[in-house]
Design a protein around this ligand. Structure first.
Ligand code: RRO
Length: 305
């Protein structure tokens, strides 16, 4: 089964990527050895979002398990741009698959610095603009507003020739309106969904469990929401869509392709199984066969009736 594809010019051996922040390639190598890098689970690697300056992240607790899902309130801990450029980025560019660097900022100036610095590094194949983290309280979330999203894209577009993928929030009434604005501003692809805003109550008391009060829900629990949003967005825009939200096997990956995603990303399942990307890829081949497709391209070209 031919699973090869591409994402805005980035050649991919399969359509299975990781969701940003759900697979730490360096920690995986330390824990499981070089084999996890040599037989890399994904066709491209999307790194954990970085910001201009270091961040410690949110106070504990940061995680809560739900039926068929997980709430995280990590709060974007990261070393900041300078340490990233001289540290883990150098290891990421050595990975055997294309590298997409995820960045986030709370001002256009900081986005500019991030995009300019990251795109100057040889070996970076693309940039993901995270305008959708539910756990960082920086005022207005750009990705909730079509006008703000288009303005940001227009400001960043001239800064790099690399493909720019914009990661959207599901926490809006009409994500396709934000997607259309991103496309009009020059985005090369849309990825969605980020996590759904959610909370949990401390079972031993009368307070929120998560240190930040709320978090973002992911895992199979969000899959039907994600499918509907991927479908709505891919029908609205011409640019490719990276679909994600609770993908944990080949069948659910194929569901997203049929909903209109060009490629898919595995997220929460990576925490349970660091080789989940491989299982999803193998399962996708079987699912394509079972549902009568001769190749991935056949499924990508099919439209839902
Ligand atoms: O770090 C986080 O708390 C986080 C991020 Br940046 C994101 O984009 N989505 C999410 O669920 N958590």
């Amino acid at each position: 089964m031919d699973l090869r594809t591409d994402l805005c010019g980035i050649p991919l051996a399969s359509p299975v990527l990781n969701g940003s922040g759900t697979f730490d390639a360096i920690a995986a190598r330390c824990a499981f050895g070089d084999a996890v890098i040599e037989e890399f689970p994904f066709a491209a690697y999307v790194s954990k979002t970085i910001t201009r300056h270091p961040r410690a992240g949110n106070p504990p607790h940061r995680l809560w398990e739900t039926p068929s899902g997980m709430i995280n309130s990590i709060g974007l801990p990261n070393p900041g741009l300078d340490d990233f450029l001289t540290g883990i980025l150098l290891e990421f560019v050595e990975l055997p698959v294309p590298l997409i660097v995820s960045v986030m900022a709370d001002s256009p100036d900081q986005f500019t610095e991030l995009v300019e610095a990251v795109s100057a590094v040889p070996g970076v194949a693309g940039i993901e603009l995270n305008v959708s983290c539910p756990n960082v309280h920086s005022g207005l979330i750009v990705g909730e507003q079509p006008v703000e999203t288009e303005a940001l894209m227009m400001a960043l577009r001239p800064l790099t020739d690399l493909p720019m993928i914009i990661k959207l929030t599901p926490n809006v009434a009409n994500p396709h309106e934000v997607a259309l604005a991103a496309e009009a501003g020059g985005a090369d692809a849309i990825s969605l969904i980020n996590t759904l805003k959610s909370m949990a109550i401390d079972p031993a008391g009368a307070r929120a469990w998560l240190g930040a009060g709320t978090g973002g829900l992911s895992g199979p629990a969000v899959r039907p929401v994600a499918l509907a949003q991927v479908r709505a967005v891919s029908q609205a825009v011409e640019i490719p869509v990276v679909g994600m939200g609770g993908i944990d096997d080949g069948e659910s990956a194929l569901d997203f392709i049929l909903a209109g995603a060009r490629v898919v990303a595995v997220g929460t399942e990576n925490f349970r199984d660091p080789r989940a990307g491989i299982a999803v890829k193998i399962g996708l081949e079987a699912a394509l066969r079972r549902r009568g497709f001769n190749s991935l391209a056949d499924a990508q070209a099919s439209t839902l009736s």
